[in-house]
Design a protein around this ligand. Structure first.
Ligand code: ANZ
Ligand code: ZN
Length: 780
């Protein structure tokens, strides 16, 4: 009698984590003969200080996919790193009276330890941290390449300004008019900023997204964000009282076919202001209206429910095709920043125009629609218009007036203007600064690093000053995945040979919140590097899958104030990492996420205990046919489900398999156990390894095994057609239930008339039976 030990993940798991590290089991070579490379990418975490269930969901589940791919024969890289610059770290540091560097590095250390408890196949030797000068040197180098090509430039623009964080925000970081980070209402401010010319890539970013294996919602989100509209620009001659002839206004429309239904034009308050600045003598009413509307935020102006406001400009325009004279109005439902900042109003076809016309008693015309192409051709002939495409996308403002970021590698010289820091002088290291807090005047705190600040102009040698703005952290994360291919390279951001081996990324798993910014910026960077000849691909991520969000047990977003936070460290202590992993997989479709269910996790834990107990029993001598068929079926369906990240069904399939085993024989042959351990390996890597090496006494890791093969013929139906031979010659083909035993098959064969004829009453000297496949009765 053997003494049964109990399942103790707290002992098993750290043991294997140490062994795997010592054996360098998850080090990924740049190439492995006969194995294709596959980088399975997850979004590298922001070192907030604590690994939460969301991180587990984001990393432990793709780890199953990564492990499965490895067992399928790929040389899989599952890399990890830290996106470690940025505002939240800086704000947290200010709150705690710490330096951001101290805070960030401490968090990285803590999170690294927590990540180890997950038992994921991360290749830590390739870790990338955006705050390491060895990394951001290349972020700066890329900035310089873009500067050389005019893709990075400086311009004075009206920017989103968060008065609380005292920094510029990208449009993408403004949600409902408020700062995405702190919720404060964002204001507009005119500032000189460094920008990236992403608009130059607008068309390619739209068109390139079509061919990607991405969720449709993600592709649509990008397309909407870029907001390409095809239409026409139309030029209208104006009659302005008291002014000379020759003035015009241009409108942008997506509906040139409606031109005969135009009953008035509307210009934005911004356009009106432009006219006034250029000498237009507007009435007091107009002046008052323009001043008032320019104070409103864009968002308020767009809200459809509010009453429309406007004022007659006292100017007339001439329809270039009908010759009709129509009034020009000023209204703030027309935006200054889109199209030409002026529209032709067609109240018969456009909702907003109709509301406006009704409110102000302007005419509505029922003129027929025309053919859009013909209209545009006619306008072109008259020099009164042309086809035009507009975009909602704006150039990317990358300047931040904050400390904790990559310094923009520029020097300002009184003589030469802005001069890039030469490549050989990179990185421009972030100076250690005691007082790193932001200032109210919008000057970057780096201006206080007086010693660092003054330098010589790289061009003329005169005393000059360094740029004090730092880069938006989205720049840092726009290329990190490439660095994984060659993380230690000091000559290039990555060698072309290694990039070729690993890029583009075949599978990128992450959160839907990155649908626009991060994914769009990474695509932009990749296209730029491609055009400059540094990489051979121009899309970084061939496939993308989004994961859902884990809610608290109450179905609400986890938050400390609600008291519904599930701490993975606590769960791991209670149940073990394998249980937490498998439970997260089990809870529902990966793209959906859902609420944490304390009962659900105990169910998964019970399952693993049963697996453990099963392996404590002696192995069977002979394979049970039903168990065998179920194993084949499970091998097939778990494989197919892992392939598509349908992780919840992989767990239920394993549970079903275990039920069958327990119902039939409560054990398996040694060979069947080995296959079972392999099926378990991606989901519960520690337990599978324990069963594999300690109970089955195998030398090499279960994680380096091949995924078991399944026999499709066994699965096609519940019955099998088995050829029956007598002395190697087929004498009958008989149908059996797939779980028929050898004895069943032999008995039925003997009873078959034709088989009996060849047996001539003799007892076979030997019986060869290949389960479910063939029976040979040997008589001679
Ligand atoms: C005439 C017309 C008739 C229009 C019709 C639409 C429907 P998207 O698709 O978003 O690009 N528009 C143009 N510039 C604008 C601005 N600065 N502020 C507010 N509205 C503006 O929208 C393009 C349409 O939005 C344009 O086509 C214009 O109205 C309006 F039956 O022109 B349309
Ligand atoms: Zn100079």
């Amino acid at each position: 009698m053997t003494l049964m030990s109990s399942y103790e993940p707290t002992q098993i798991e750290p043991k294997w984590q140490r062994r795997w590290a010592a054996e360098k089991l998850y080090r990924t070579p740049d190439a492995r003969r006969g194995h294709g490379n596959k980088m399975i990418l997850v979004e590298f975490p922001y070192p907030s200080g604590d690994l939460h269930t969301g991180h587990w969901y984001a990393f432990a589940l793709p780890d199953m996919y990564a492990r499965y791919n490895r067992m399928r024969g790929y040389n899989v890289m599952y890399p990890i790193g830290f996106d470690a610059f940025g505002l939240p770290a800086e704000n947290a540091a200010i709150q705690r009276n710490l330096h951001p560097e101290e805070w960030t590095r401490g968090n990285i250390a803590k999170m690294t330890e927590q990540l180890h408890s997950m038992g994921a196949m991360f290749d830590w030797s390739r870790e990338v941290r955006t705050i390491d000068p060895d990394y951001y040197r290349w972020t700066q180098w890329m900035f310089n390449r873009m500067y050389q090509k005019g893709l990075a430039y400086r311009a004075s623009t009206s920017v989103n300004w968060c008065p609380k964080d005292r920094t510029v925000l990208a449009n993408e970081q403004v949600v409902d008019g408020c700062c995405e980070r702190c919720g404060t209402q964002v204001t507009q401010k005119k500032l000189e900023q460094w920008m990236m010319r992403i608009t130059e890539y607008a068309d390619r970013l739209v068109d390139g997204s079509e061919g990607l294996d991405w969720p449709r919602t993600t592709r649509l989100a990008q397309q909407n964000w870029i907001g390409r509209s095809r239409g026409a620009r139309i030029i209208w001659k104006l009659t302005i009282p008291g002014q000379t002839e020759g003035k015009i206004v241009e409108t942008f429309t997506t509906r040139p076919d409606t031109i005969f239904g135009v009953t008035f034009l509307v210009i934005s308050p911004e356009k009106a202001k432009e006219w006034m600045d250029a000498g237009w003598k507007a009435s007091d009413g107009v002046k008052e209206y323009v001043t008032r509307s320019l104070r409103k935020r864009e968002l308020e102006r767009l809200e459809g429910t509010k009453e429309k406001t406007g004022v007659d400009a006292g100017v007339d325009a001439v329809n270039p095709l009908s010759g009709e004279s129509i009034p020009v109005w000023i209204a703030d439902y027309v935006l200054g920043s889109y199209g030409t900042g002026a529209i032709m109003a067609v109240p018969a076809h456009d909702e907003r125009d109709r509301e406006f016309a009704t409110q102000f008693g302007l005419p509505i015309s029922d003129a027929a629609l025309r053919d859009a192409d013909m209209i545009v051709a006619e306008l072109k002939k008259l020099n009164a218009g042309r086809p035009e495409t507009t975009y909602k996308l704006r150039d990317w403002v990358i300047s931040r007036q904050r400390y904790w970021g990559v310094p923009i590698p520029m020097v300002h010289c009184k003589v030469c203007g802005y001069v890039p820091v030469p490549d050989e002088d990179l990185p421009v290291k972030l100076p250690p600064l005691e007082d790193f807090k932001p200032t109210d005047d919008g000057r970057s705190p780096l201006a206080r690093a007086t010693e660092w600040l003054s330098t010589a102009c790289p061009q003329c040698g005169d005393p000059a000053q360094r740029e004090t703005d730092t880069m938006d952290t989205f720049v840092d994360s726009s290329w990190y995945f490439m660095r994984y291919a060659d993380p230690k390279n000091s000559k290039k951001f990555a060698s072309p040979a290694k990039l070729k081996r690993w890029m583009p990324v075949p599978m990128y798993v992450g959160g839907a919140e990155h649908n626009t910014m991060h994914l769009l910026y990474s695509r932009f960077f990749t296209k730029v590097l491609h055009d400059l000849g540094h990489v051979t691909f121009d899309e970084p991520f061939l496939a993308r899958r989004n994961h859902g969000i884990i809610m608290g047990p109450d179905g609400q977003k986890m938050s400390k104030s609600r008291g519904n936070v599930v701490d993975p460290d606590v769960e791991v202590k209670k149940y073990g990492a394998d249980t937490v992993r498998m439970y997260l997989a089990f809870m529902g479709p990966y793209a959906q996420g859902g609420p944490w269910d304390p009962k659900g996790i105990t169910g998964v834990r019970r399952f693993l205990v049963r697996v453990w107990d099963l392996f404590q029993k002696p192995a069977a001598k002979r394979a049970d046919a039903v168990v065998e068929r179920e194993l084949h079926a499970a091998t097939k369906s778990i494989g197919a489900d892992l392939e598509t990240l349908s992780l919840n069904t992989t767990v239920s399939t394993l549970m079903k398999l275990l039920n069958v085993v327990e119902d039939r024989t409560s054990t398996m042959t040694t060979a069947q156990r080995a296959r079972f351990a392999c099926l378990l390996a991606p989901l519960a890597p520690h337990l599978a390894e324990e069963l594999w090496r300690e109970i089955l006494k195998k030398k090499s890791s279960v994680h380096t095994q091949s995924w078991p093969k399944f026999d499709a013929a066994l699965l096609t139906s519940a019955t099998a057609r088995i050829p029956v031979q007598v002395d190697g010659r087929v004498r009958a083909v008989l149908e059996f239930a797939s779980d028929a035993t050898e004895a069943d098959v032999v008995a039925a064969a003997k009873a078959d008339a034709n088989v009996a004829r060849f047996l001539e009453g003799r007892e076979p000297s030997n019986v060869v039976y290949l389960p479910g496949k063939l029976l040979n009765l040997v008589i001679s």
